[in-house]
Design a protein around this ligand. Structure first.
Ligand code: FAD
Length: 466
């Protein structure tokens, strides 16, 4: 009889857990996935997938204006958000079924239960039928994260919404305050505004998307402002009050100017907290810092047989990061490990507003902070033929390079198709290509990607269309 029930037991069927399971099965590990909710995790059910479904419909709705410019008459009086919302839930359902199907096809057991660690090789499962235990040679925890709660702004999911609450809502409010101008806050601001909600975004820092390069934030803020969103940056919110009519809060600018902001609802999008409680981690002595599980080069925790990945650990809270971390951990467990912990400078980030953002590596400010000697070049979308042809000539491609070696240190794109375009620059960086390699590579005309070729030429001092 085998010593353990499984080679690998995975907690969570989000993009971290389910991708790890498939990779483990490919490498011959007998694997079980334990999920307390629906397969797909936050990404499939309350994150990437439903939000991108809404974004795509918001974009379509928003583009009606350009149809009108073409002389097409559109009746906008019968807009039905319930239908829009139902389509986003259908997209989530498809995604969850897809994940369950993939697990089945890879002969991976999926158990519906809440798991707790009781020893380095044992899990207690609480199922609808009662409790049971499973043993496993290795355990990988991919339990994800939850919307961060701030005192005084606790979610009731009626008037004070989390990202989950707003994605579950099938009726639009008339007005909405959004606390936090990170990727989630900005995407939901774009969606709600496009569907006619009066949106005000309150951000404590001095600009939207504060982690992006300042030039990128500037374009997004200015374009979304033109679309009708109000931005209150360098502004602190406090004193939330709820009444039948809606919510009100106090806002205070950096210079100390106070005023009141009112709306029907508020969305609090100020980050996420790792789901590290109630897993039995403390009892096993697994190291945790600020709620995040501490991991080593292959995502092993302080207990040798236990691994942790995804939103549960202190790395960018992104679906593709969770999946890649899982692949690295599982390959190590299976003895195929040659890749180590993800290099943060090679992780792409994306914001799916319109214009959208794709970026990786050092921003200009970060490079200067590190006292690096850099060359920076920004090529504007106005110089891209295709962007002009399709009336999307707002944006830029910005490259940050080492001045002497021309090594690519960062790539930043804002504009139409930015979330797709970023990968060409990232591939160049990963393959250790230089700007001159892309500058001299023939790009099809007319494409938005020509902007990348031009930005690389710019670094080399010979951009053509400026
Ligand atoms: P999760 O997806 O959170 O999955 C964890 C799973 O574990 C859950 O299903 C949970 O039920 C289960 N679980 C937890 N505890 C237990 C337990 N004790 N027993 C059994 N099961 C358990 N990222 C992107 O890359 N691109 C995007 O466009 C994007 N958009 C987003 C939009 C929104 C609105 C939000 C909120 C997030 C978005 N994200 C996006 C982030 C992305 O969703 C997360 O980074 C990703 O889901 C993390 O994956 P994970 O596998 O670590 O955890």
């Amino acid at each position: 009889m085998a010593e353990f029930d499984y080679d690998l037991a995975i907690i969570g069927a989000g993009p971290g857990g389910y991708v790890s399971a498939i990779r483990a099965s490919q490498l011959g590990l007998k694997t079980v996935v334990i999920e307390k909710d629906k397969p797909g995790g936050v990404c499939g059910n309350w994150g990437c997938i439903p939000s991108k479904s809404l974004l795509s419909m918001a974009e379509t709705f928003h583009s009606i204006k350009s149809l009108e410019a073409m002389g097409v008459k559109v009746d906008k009086t019968s807009f039905d958000y319930q239908k829009v919302h139902a389509r986003s839930r259908a997209a989530s359902d498809r995604s969850g079924k897809g994940v369950a199907g993939l697990l089945k096809r890879n002969k991976i057991e999926l158990l519906s239960a809440t798991a707790t660690l009781t020893s380095p090789h044992e899990l207690q499962l609480t199922t609808a039928e009662g409790k049971r235990t499973v043993t496993s040679k290795n355990i990988l925890i991919a339990s994800g994260s939850s919307p961060r709660v701030i005192p005084g702004f606790e979610f009731d999911e009626q008037q004070v919404l989390s990202s989950t609450g707003i994605l579950a809502m099938d009726k639009l409010p008339e007005s909405l305050v959004i606390l936090g101008a990170g990727a989630i806050g900005m995407e939901l601001a774009y969606i709600m505004n496009a569907f006619g909600v009066k949106v005000s975004v309150v951000e404590m820092l001095d600009r939207v998307l504060p982690l992006e390069d300042a030039d990128i934030s500037k374009v997004v803020e200015s374009e979304l402002k033109k679309q009708g969103i109000t931005f209150l940056t360098s502004t602190k919110a406090s004193d939330l009050k709820k009444s039948k009519a809606g919510i009100s809060l106090q806002i205070e600018t950096k210079s100390g100017q106070k005023s009141k902001l009112e709306a029907e609802k508020i969305l609090v999008a100020v980050g996420r907290s790792p789901n590290s409680a109630n897993l039995g981690l403390e009892k096993l002595g697994i190291a945790i810092e600020k709620g995040f599980v501490v991991t080593g080069d292959y995502y092993q925790t302080s207990v040798k047989s236990v691994f942790a990945i995804g939103d549960l650990i202190a790395s960018p809270l992104l679906a593709h990061v969770a999946s890649k971390e899982g692949e690295i951990a599982v390959e190590y467990i299976a003895g195929h490990g040659h890749e180590k912990r993800l290099d943060p400078s090679l992780i792409p980030g994306a914001v799916y507003t319109e214009p959208g953002v794709g970026s990786f590596g050092l921003t200009e400010a970060k490079a200067l902070e590190q006292k690096l000697d850099i060359s920076v070049y920004s090529f504007p979308y106005q110089g891209i033929g295709k962007a002009n042809a399709i009336e999307k000539a707002v944006g830029l491609v910005k490259i940050v390079c080492d001045k002497k070696t021309h090594e690519i240190l960062g790539g930043h794109v804002v504009g139409y198709s930015a979330t797709e375009m970023i990968h060409e620059i990232l591939l160049a960086r990963k393959a250790e290509l230089l700007p001159e390699d892309i500058a001299s590579m023939v790009h099809a005309h007319p494409t938005i990607s020509e902007g990348i070729m031009e930005a690389m030429r710019g670094i080399e001092g010979w951009a053509i269309h400026v």
